[in-house]
Each structure stands twice: as C-alpha cells, then as structure tokens.
Design a protein around this ligand. Structure first.
Ligand code: ADP
Ligand code: MG
Length: 664
C-alpha cells in the first residue's frame, strides 16, 4: 500500500505541513493541482538584478569541474556562453549530468544570478535549449514552511514512485472514445507542462474524470431512489401534529405550511421520500424539519438530523429539546466531542430504540452507530456533505425517508442536472416581523465610520459580529485576521464590552462555549471566520461587519448576512473592501438569495455557490460546473450509460466506484 510518508523526501515535518493543506494520501498529493501557471520567459544577463531569478539558454564552454564533498554531496562548475555574454554556472548534486555536459552542448540553466561573481547558482539544468519556448511553471496553493519547489518535488517523486498505481477512473471505452491519455501521463503533464496545448488537453481529461466520477455517484443514487413502493407507509394521529403546530410561539408562514404538507404526504405515501427543502437563510426551515421528525416519531420510527458543524448540531438539539419539553420523547446529541461514556450510552439507546430522535454531526454516520428502526434522515445544509456521507446515513436505515435542507439556492438548470430526481419544497416567504438587512459597502479608510456604527448599536444593548477571512496573521498575506481584529476591537471597545473569538481551529467544546456566551449576551462582539455562516441564531445581534469582503463569494456573504436581522430590530451588514466593489454593491441592492446565487454564478462560476471548497459534493479539484458545463453533461450521459451497461458489471472500476459511494 502506498502511503504519503513513503514518498521519498517526505519526512514527518513535511507530512504535517502537507496535512495542513488537506493532503493526506498519495492520491491527494498528485491531485493537488496547480491553481495557476507562471510562464517563464528567458532572461538576458543584463536585465536580471543581483540575486535575482534567471532562466537562460546557452552552450557549455568549459569542461565541468566536479568536486565531491562528504556525505555524497557534490558540486560542479563550468562556463556557459549565452547571447548576452559568458557566465559561470555552479550546480549542486548533479554529478550524473557531467558526461552529458560536453563542451558545445546547448542547455537551459535555471537559477539565481550573483552579479559580482558573475555566477549562476543553478537549481536546475535542462538538457535542451528551450529556444523560443517559454518554461511553464506550476504554482500551488501551499502553507508557510512548504515552498512551491518542495511541493513540486514531492509530487514528482510520488508520480515517479507510484504513477502506475494511481487509479484511473475513466473506463477504457471512454479513454479510447475521446483519445485521452492515461492517468499517469495526464498527471505528469499537468504538473510539468511543456506546452500550453498539451496542458489544455490534459486539463479537459482530468476535468472529465472528476465529473464522470461525480455523475456516476449521482446516477447511482438516483437509480437506488427510483424504485417505487419502497418506502415506509406511516400512520399517525394528525391531531397531535396540529396541536403541536397550534402551540408554537409563532404562526407558520404559508410556505412553511405548504412544505409541511408536502413532507407529510411523502411520509404517508408508499414511495420513499427524497426531498430537498430549499429556503433562504432565516426562512424557517428548521421548524419544518422538526415537524417531520415528530410525524416520524408518532408513526413509530427513529429520526436522525445531521448538521455540518457542532455549533449548529448543538443549536438544533437545544431547540428541539425546548419544543418537545412537554413530551416524553427521548432526544440525544451525538457529535465528535460527546464523551466516550455518553457515546456508548447513546449507541445503546439508538440500537434498542429507546432514543427516538438524534441530532449530530458526522458522528451519526460512524460505523459503530446502529439504529433500531431509522425511518427519517434529515441533513441540514446538505451541500456541505459529500454524496457518500449522504448515502452512508441512508444506509443506516432499511429504507428511510430522506429530507435535505439547503439555504444555498441552486440555479434551476444546475439543480436539475445534479438533483434531477429530487422533489423540491421551497420557502420564499419570510417569517413575520423579519426586516430587510441594510447593507453598506465601505472602504478600509472609512473604518472610523464603521466603528461609530458599531458603537451606536452596542450602546443600544445589541451585539455585533465581526468576520475576517483568516485566523492568524501570516507573512504572505495582509488580509484581516481574527486575531488581529481582536486586538483592534479590544482597543476600541474593550473597556466597556466583552470581545471574543471563534474559529474552525478551536476545539469544539471551546467553540460551543463561546457561542453560548454570545447567545447569552455575555459577549457583545464576536469575531469569527465563516464558521458562523451556517444556521447560528442570535436575534439580539444586529450588526455584522465583514472585513476583506471581496474575499468571499456573494452567496457566502448572503449567508453571513443572514445571521443578523433575526430579531425585530433593524439590522445592518457592513462590507469592508477596497476592491471588487462593483460586485459587492449587488449586496446593497439585492436581498433575494436566489437572485444573488444567479449573480454569483455568472460572476464566479460555481466556486462559492456550494459552500466551502473543502467539503461537500461540489468540492471539485479541477472542474468547475459552470465553465465546464458541457463536459459535465457529457460525463453525465457517459456515466449513466456505463452504470446501466450490464456488460460492465464485473469491471473492477465499476465495483470500486459503487463501493466508494457507501464507504465514503
Ligand atoms: P433557516 O431557514 O435559515 O434554517 P431557521 O429555521 O433557523 O432558518 O429560522 C430562523 C428564525 O426564524 C428562528 O429564530 C426561528 O425561530 C424563526 N422562525 C421560524 N419560523 C417562523 C415563523 N413562522 N414566524 C416567526 N419566526 C419564525
Ligand atoms: Mg438552518
């Protein structure tokens, strides 16, 4: 089995740095695609500054002199004639090149120029002149301590060692049909392109592969769900549900009632429910899902509600407990930070059926979790979960009904492609009393105004969210960070108000505690990354200030903005940015999540539409479903054809793909 730590050159330190950028396997490493390429023209000796980077063609003028040091190290020196003069070249540890570097050989030298000594310290020598061609150099997303060169070295070493073993997910029929190169070649080219044409060719091939796998899984799930009369038929006392609805602290909106009706009809019918509940942030999806759980409970089945973050799971759990406090329904919360002892007890309760409703995170789909009679599975913010995670939870029940909730409105065309089999309930109406959030774009130079606005609200006893794109300061970025803003806010407001931070790197117990304090108004200013994006509900928070707002997609900004305007007071969202204000101005005018998502889609491609890049179905490494929509459609067609073709049922690849859906 090939492992990341077995790649030559990857030591424990490199391993932890790679993990930091979400590279855990050899596969992750070789598919860590460059996010852009630098096209390197060759230089003249004269135009490069002292110590500057140089790429230059020339001919070897003197026989290389080789020096050997201890520990097998060596260094080679020779002179090179170039069009702009003669220069010395020294290169370390390439003794093996000596026989090739005969006088008169044309080569390209890449390195750093020392002007006083007139010597290039070469990092690489190519045994051909690039002539008129420019060198195309990949540039990778990385983290401090891990250079672009390191990454490139590790990737190429991994390809050298394991290239052949890396799985190709395109069936051979389609490889042939489209004349695609094999996976190893494609990866080699994407990381070391010699020409733009070749790069383009393999990019299409790799995009196709990614979309093929994605659409295969979607098609497979559709096939599973298609079977008729495969669901649970429920009987329950409608009066109990009506009672519950009538005793809510508010009246459900028309759209909420309609969604409830649609869901109840699904639950009663013999067909399995496979429904997407779509609604803008704050439209009140949660209570609808609670009602579905209640129906499910009264019909004698267990329900599971899965949320993408612990904060959100906890909030749902607390709400659910509050709504059902007068009943004897047993509810449990199961997350990564549930203690071992509690976990075992919950597992037992779920298995023997004592627990009727469970709310949680990914912990709900861990292998140890067995259910007695799981009848309903609900996933909140469904786009954040991968296909296989969804499938996994479904597999826990015999044939449970499934409800997905999403606040990210997906433009219709794409929704049809991706969720073509699902029924959709949409909540458009806002709950009564909710007001539109005033949105203003401000420049960094106007920070004083912003602080003034914050102060106005704080004085009224309201609370403020402050959002930054990053957690800590780093050398290669001057974006606002949570830690830095904390200091600034302390300076401005620390005397009278309590300020604290929350971000994804904190232990979840600590996060939950901070969120609870904010909810209880023990904290007035909460500085955070986008972890507060989903679902968090603090009606007394009336102001949100987002630093470096241009860093976020409009849909994310809309989601963030949905955290305020939850009470009856007028709320405000301030977007701070010096660039991209044209795009941000859309937020000032537009309040409809569907319109915003369409705009975002037009402007940025899918990038942000489906939430964070790291998780969820839409976290493509190379494809972009808007720009690559044509490839997506082809992949959809081909993968369906492949799935339905009985002759390929014994293909290793097909089995692997199907297994990967349920295994995750
Ligand atoms: P989302 O759709 O974003 O998940 P929530 O379900 O969190 O929205 O609801 C947002 C807020 O609106 C919550 O505080 C909830 O209690 C409240 N709410 C939901 N439905 C109504 C309603 N019909 N009338 C008044 N408030 C409501
Ligand atoms: Mg929600």
């Amino acid at each position: 089995m090939m492992e990341l730590k077995d790649v030559k050159g990857v030591g424990p330190k490199a391993l932890s740095l790679l993990n930091k950028i979400n590279i855990y396997t050899v596969d992750d490493l070789v598919t860590h695609y460059p996010f852009r390429y630098e096209v390197l023209e060759r230089n003249d000796l004269a135009e490069v500054i002292d110590g500057g980077k140089i790429i230059i063609d020339g001919k070897v003028e003197s026989v290389p002199i080789l020096m050997r040091f201890k520990a097998g190290l060596n260094k080679m020196n020779f002179r090179l004639v170039t069009q702009s003069g003669v220069v010395g070249v020294s290169i370390f540890n390439r003794a093996f090149l000596k026989t090739q570097l005969t006088v008169g050989t044309g080569i390209t030298v890449i390195g750093k120029l020392d002007k006083t000594k007139n010597v290039i310290t070469a990092s690489d020598i190519k045994m051909e002149t690039l002539m008129s061609k420019a060198k195309i150099e990949p540039v990778y997303h990385s983290t401090s301590g891990l250079t672009n060169k390191n990454l490139s070295t590790y990737i190429n070493m991994a390809l050298l060692m394991y290239g052949k073993e890396i799985k190709d997910y395109i069936p051979s029929i389609y490889l042939e049909k489209y004349n695609f190169v094999n996976k190893k070649t494609a990866l080699n080219i994407i990381h070391n392109p010699s020409t733009m044409e070749k790069l383009k060719e393999v990019t299409i091939r790799l995009k196709y592969e990614e979309l093929f796998v994605f659409m295969f899984k979607i098609n497979y799930l559709k096939l599973l769900n298609k079977k008729k009369n495969n669901g649970l038929v429920r009987e329950f006392d409608q009066a109990k549900i009506d009672d519950f609805i009538n005793n809510l602290p508010y009246k459900l909106t028309g759209d909420q009632l309609k969604a409830v009706d649609e869901i109840i009809n699904d639950l009663k019918s013999a067909n399995r429910m496979n429904r997407l509940l779509q609604g803008d942030v704050g439209s009140g999806k949660t209570i609808v899902s609670f009602i579905a759980m209640l129906v499910n409970h009264y019909s004698g089945y267990q329900s599971a509600l899965m949320a993408p973050t612990e904060i959100l799971a906890m909030q749902h759990y607390n709400n659910l407990c509050a709504f059902l406090k007068d009943t004897d329904i047993k509810i449990a919360l199961l997350t990564g930070s549930t203690t071992k002892k509690d976990k075992l007890e919950i597992y037992k309760g779920l298995k023997d059926g004592n627990i009727s409703m469970v709310v949680g995170t990914h912990a709900l789909i861990q292998e140890e979790v067995e259910y007695c009679n799981l009848g309903l599975v609900i996933t909140d913010e469904q786009h954040r979960f991968g296909v296989h995670q969804r499938a996994n939870l479904q597999n826990k029940g015999v044939r449970p009904d499934v409800l997905y909730m999403s606040a990210t409105p997906i433009p219709r065309t794409y929704a049809l492609t991706i969720f073509g089999d699902m029924d959709v309930s949409t909540i458009k109406e806002r709950p009564n009393g909710r007001q539109k959030v005033d949105t203003i774009v401000k420049k960094n130079s106007e920070i004083k105004d912003v602080l003034g606005m914050m102060y106005e609200e704080l004085k009224k006893g309201h609370q403020v969210y402050v959002i930054a794109p990053l957690i800590e300061d780093s050398e290669n970025s001057d974006l606002a960070t949570v830690c830095n803003l904390k200091d600034q806010m302390k300076l401005a407001f620390g005397e009278h108000y309590k300020i604290d931070i929350v971000h994804g790197k904190m232990a979840s117990g600590a996060k939950d505690m901070i969120m609870k304090q904010f909810k209880d108004n023990d904290i007035q200013i909460l500085i955070s990354t986008t972890v507060v994006e989903v679902g968090v509900d603090v009606p007394n928070a009336t102001t949100m200030v987002i630093f470096d707002a241009d860093r976020f997609g409009l849909s994310t900004l809309h989601q963030l903005r949905g955290r305020v305007g939850r009470g009856t007071s007028k709320s405000r969202c301030i977007l701070i940015s010096d660039s991209d204000t044209e795009r941000l101005k859309i937020m000032e005018k537009e309040d409809d999540g569907f319109v915003i998502s369409e705009e975002d889609f037009k402007l940025r491609g899918h990038g942000d539409l489906f939430g964070t890049k790291q998780s969820g179905d839409m976290a493509f490494k190379i494809a972009n479903i808007r720009q690559d929509y044509k490839i997506l459609l082809q992949a959809k067609k081909d993968s369906k054809e492949y799935l339905l073709n009985k002759d390929t049922d014994n293909d290793e690849l097909k089995k692997t793909l199907i297994n990967s859906i349920s295994e995750g």
